[in-house]
Design a protein around this ligand. Structure first.
Ligand SMILES: [Zn+2]
Ligand SMILES: [Zn+2]
Length: 115
């Protein structure tokens, strides 16, 4: 048996948010792709091999593992849509926006009638 990978509730929550964004490329229902941090041989050092819950991007099955996908032709994929790092940055930005929007929504909801 492989070592048990512990996913905390916080990480699960994050993964749910990532998936809920939908595919970064086409907006279809997505699953989380764990980005790889290996060095790329061009002098860019990786940050270790194991991706955490916070290093995931939402991709639909076809952009994830389909015939033109981040797994099947990563180089072309990255040259068209951006590198995994760029896509990760976008993902985290969108989640941040989503959280801010939720906070505002809750704020105005609880304050209803008082403003
Ligand atoms: Zn897609
Ligand atoms: Zn993947």
């Amino acid at each position: 048996m492989a070592k048990k990978k512990v996913t905390t509730a916080k990480e699960k929550n994050h993964l749910n948010k990532v998936a809920s964004l939908g595919c970064l490329i086409c907006g279809s229902p997505a699953i989380c792709h764990h980005i790889r941090n290996r060095g790329d041989g061009k002098g860019n050092l990786g940050f270790g091999n194991r991706a955490t819950a916070y290093e995931t991007i939402p991709l639909c099955p076809s952009h994830h593992v389909g015939s033109f996908s981040i797994h099947s032709c990563k180089q072309q994929f990255e040259s068209m849509y951006g590198t995994e790092r760029e896509l990760l940055y976008r993902t985290l930005k969108e989640i941040e926006n989503m959280e801010q929007a939720n906070d505002l929504f809750n704020f105005y909801n609880t304050k209803k009638g008082e403003i």
